[in-house]
Design a protein around this ligand. Structure first.
Ligand code: ADP
Ligand code: MG
Length: 327
């Protein structure tokens, strides 16, 4: 298995943040409402993700680690209407080929928890009894221990942790209803509490993007036919983090789309006197058949069937809000 896994792993698993992304998406697919991420040494030493999701039945534990074993697609028709975030069935296989991975899980039906363990080339997938509440823990240690070339590409712990932080921010802004905790070297670094009501969403935004942004944020709410844009935009650049607050979600997925980015930038140049860095957390919702999100999953690009219309809708909606609040 291993060589193929390692080659494929290169594409999926670039750095600790990629591991975190895959693992947390699995938790969400499993219906978790509470996800705890523990990082040691920027993730090179350890990445542990715990959830309270549905868990993995004992018999399926070793299977979860094998390539193309996904429980999420049962027919080709499913492929077209993919709801779950992960569907390729290779994340765990890829990660376990370049790290020491322990998978522990308990389901609601089972009274006991079970564990499997894999280490790089050596599949030590032995089932052992464990202690675990309902849900799953994936513990990834010594990432790239058997691939020195990849290990060399890792940056400082701080940089790697910042990437992890960013991955979690993006996910946290997509799932207000889930509680997230992020620890680095045993210290609680981020805590995103779950919010249920839309009127409380800005609390999550404040936790994720910082209070400077949330205090400046003006809410956007615009609808045209079956297309809706909502979220927040801030007239002044204000951000806790080094990176800009520029989050655009299309049907729940974070995108870095040129067309959408251009529309918001245009709204800024049209309304604000000087050069300002656009800061926004925006959600575009439209019928799934009007958009193709699988153009390139890694690049976060989308293809709208009516690109011009979407561009102008986003431009008008944001420009209107900025005009109303222009200094
Ligand atoms: P994919 O997510 O594409 O199906 P993965 O390699 O990420 O592939 O996961 C393989 C399988 O392991 C999943 O299909 C799922 O059945 C199971 N699994 C992984 N993580 C979890 C989790 N946190 N909770 C429940 N099941 C999980
Ligand atoms: Mg997955």
């Amino acid at each position: 298995i291993s060589l193929a896994n390692q080659i494929a792993a290169g594409e999926v698993i670039e750095r600790p943040a990629s591991v975190v992304k895959e693992l947390v998406e699995n938790c969400l697919d499993a219906g978790a409402t509470h996800i705890v991420v523990d990082i040691e040494q920027g993730g090179r030493r350890r990445i542990r993700v715990r959830d309270n999701g549905i868990g993995i039945p004992k018999a399926e534990l070793p299977l979860a680690l094998s390539r193309h074993a996904t429980s999420k697609i049962s027919s080709l028709a499913d492929l077209e209407a993919i709801q779950s975030l992960g569907f390729r069935g290779e994340a765990l296989a890829s990660i376990s080929s370049v790290a020491r991975l322990t998978l522990t899980s308990a389901t609601a039906e089972q009274t006991d928890a079970w564990q499997v363990w894999v280490e790089g080339r050596d599949m030590v997938a032995e089932l052992a009894p464990a202690s675990h509440p309902q849900g799953t823990t994936v513990d990834v240690q010594d990432l790239f221990f058997n691939t020195p070339a990849r290990r060399k590409f890792l940056r400082t712990d701080k940089t790697e942790f910042n990437h992890i932080d960013e991955v979690l921010r993006r996910i946290a802004l997509a799932r207000y209803d889930v509680r997230f905790q992020l620890h680095h070297n045993d210290k609680l670094v981020r805590q995103y509490t779950a919010v249920e009501q839309p009127e409380d969403y800005l609390k999550r935004v404040a936790q994720v993007c910082g209070t400077p942004f949330s205090q400046e944020a003006i809410s956007v709410e615009s609808e045209s036919g079956a297309v809706r844009l909502w979220g927040w935009i801030a007239p002044a650049a204000a951000c806790r983090h080094q990176a800009d607050v520029q989050y655009f979600y299309v049907n729940g997925r974070m995108m870095r789309d040129r067309l959408l980015g251009h529309a918001v930038r245009q709204a800024y140049t049209d309304t604000l006197p000087e050069d300002r860095v656009p800061t926004y957390v925006l959600y575009l919702e439209l019928p799934p058949q009007d958009v193709d999100v699988n153009v390139h999953p890694a690049k976060h690009e989308v293809r709208f069937h009516q690109a011009r219309l979407i561009h102008d809708f986003v431009l008008h909606a944001t420009r209107q809000v900025l005009t109303a609040h222009a200094p």
